[in-house]
Design a protein around this ligand. Structure first.
Ligand code: MRU
Length: 344
């Protein structure tokens, strides 16, 4: 299954706002449509947003008129538009920078070569993401005991990437190695990425799971049903602090209280060495209406004040290990992550 792909000169996405009841595809034929799809969360999840934005810039180049410098100017404006969509997942900015660098290196090329090179770069970002997820799966599966209960929060699956998934990549790899795992899926209020998306992915592959509400996580950790927690990340600071879906921090603290390892699976493109600690990670504030209503059905008294930070930061002291495509990093993360980035 692919979440985002290029087809007939357009960017195609599985519409994640319609799952699990409807499986439909959004076809974006302009960069503005790509930006809208990211903002509306038709595509979401850090690596998926990055790959989509890369295809968005390839699309901008295909549609731009004029000579090479005119196309480069359009690519730059489009990059600025895409950068305004969502602030927390660093993969978006990583992909835009990589595409921008490739574009600038082709300032002397023909328009055809520039367009072809940008599409090839976006395809490479997508292919590398899938390979990274499979590598994380291999490293992460080693950490999962046979027969383990695995708790996950939000959706860090194929839908959050190009394919396979980060945290769910670890689950998939453990399942493929016949480890007989059982997944506890936090529903993940208020957008329900767990109930709608993670449960949908696991059900498709018949991986055993139990869907729980977020406030049940402590109970299942305390009663010995969970042997490890595996989550994804939207941005990891240089010291190993992890921004991920709102509610992750609480799960990490509960895991520590119950001596359950807390693992974060994320590709190298999620590491942000420009940011020293999680305190500096920008946290997206979404519409509080997503808290007071669900799909247009009001669930709170009229006019009630609500808050909706979409992410929180888990301090690195709660993180047992960070699984990347290059291996498993452990504390002290400032050193282990730097060494991982320098390797290769
Ligand atoms: O708001 P979302 O659904 O884009 O948030 C997604 C998450 O927080 C995921 O856990 C994270 O991006 C990791 S995805 C591999």
């Amino acid at each position: 299954m692919k979440t985002v792909w290029w087809q007939d000169g357009a960017v195609c996405l599985i519409d994640q706002t319609r799952l699990p009841l409807e499986e439909c595809v959004v076809t974006c034929r302009s960069v503005a449509e790509v930006a809208r799809a990211i903002r509306a969360m038709q595509v979401r999840g850090a690596p998926a947003i990055g790959a989509t934005a890369a295809f968005g810039l390839a699309l901008a180049a295909q549609g731009a008129a004029g000579d090479t410098s005119a196309i480069l100017a359009t690519v730059e404006e489009s990059s600025a538009m895409l950068a305004r969509t969502r602030p927390t997942a660093v993969n978006l900015f990583w992909a835009l920078q990589r595409m921008g660098k490739r574009a600038r290196a082709l300032a002397g090329a023909s328009t055809e070569d520039l367009r072809a090179a940008l599409l090839a770069e976006a395809q490479a970002i997508a292919a590398e993401d899938e390979a990274a997820c499979r590598a994380m799966g291999r490293f992460g599966a080693e950490l999962v005991p046979p027969g383990a209960g695995i708790l996950t929060h939000c959706n860090a699956g194929a839908l959050a990437c190009v394919s396979y998934g980060t945290a769910l990549g670890v689950v998939r790899a453990a399942w493929e190695r016949d480890k007989q795992v059982h997944v506890f899926v936090d529903e993940t209020r208020p957008f329900l990425q767990g109930a709608r998306l993670t449960a949908w992915e696991l059900a498709k592959e018949s991986i055993p799971m139990t869907l729980i509400t977020d406030n049940m996580a402590g109970h299942f950790l305390h009663t010995g049903k969970v042997q490890c927690v595996v989550v994804g990340a939207d941005r990891i600071a240089a010291n190993g602090d992890v921004a991920n879906k709102i509610g992750t921090y609480g799960v990490a603290v509960l895991a520590r209280e119950n001596n359950v390892p807390f693992y974060v699976a994320a590709p190298m493109s999620t590491l942000d060495f420009q940011i020293a600690s999680g305190d500096q990670i920008p946290i997206e504030e979404r519409d509080p209406a997503e808290v007071t209503a669900w799909r247009g059905v009001q669930t709170a008294p009229s006019g009630v004040r609500a808050a909706h930070p979409a992410f929180d930061v888990t301090p690195s002291r709660y993180v047992t290990a960070i699984i990347t495509e290059r291996g498993v990093a452990r504390a002290p993360f400032a050193e282990s992550l730097r060494a991982m980035a320098a390797a290769q």
